[in-house]
Design a protein. Structure first.
Length: 145
């Protein structure tokens, strides 16, 4: 028996991987599940819902690939968009890391004060400030006539 199954799949030009599950059902029907996934994706998280068909073998022969054309095209576009997005995220991450590294190098050049011990003041420095503070805290008398 000759089929052109794989030639038709090749014509769909899918960029992803195919998982096809065929389960015989009662009443001479088949349940066919087709799942596309992107093996080039850097991260997990691209979860597509499988396409499920419950038809007779004759109907599947006549319509399966025409029904798959649009979803496969949309999945290919999504895989491309995700790849572009992931690449731009990696570039942004590298740029941010470089900026943070440069910023930390700049801040390390600034002279840092030593706050490990409290400052020491002489009584001559403290007394005038204390007197000034006491004067400003004295209540002012207001006479009302």
């Amino acid at each position: 028996m000759k089929t052109n199954f794989f030639q038709i799949i090749a014509q769909l030009k899918s960029t992803g991987s195919w998982t096809i599950h065929i389960s015989p059902e009662t009443n001479d029907r088949l349940i066919v599940s087709v799942l596309l996934s992107d093996p080039k994706s850097n991260k997990e998280g691209i979860n597509l819902t499988p396409m499920i068909f419950n038809e007779t073998p004759k109907v599947l022969d006549e319509t399966l690939f025409s029904l798959l054309t649009t979803p496969v095209k949309q999945a290919n576009e999504m895989f491309t968009n995700v790849a572009v997005f992931q690449k731009s995220m990696e570039e942004a991450k590298k740029a941010l890391e470089a900026k943070m590294k440069a910023k930390s190098a700049d801040t390390s050049k600034v002279a840092k004060k030593d706050f490990s011990s409290p400052p020491c003041w002489s009584i001559d420095q403290v007394q005038p400030k204390r007197e000034k503070l006491n004067v400003s805290l004295k209540p002012q008398s207001h006479e009302y006539h």
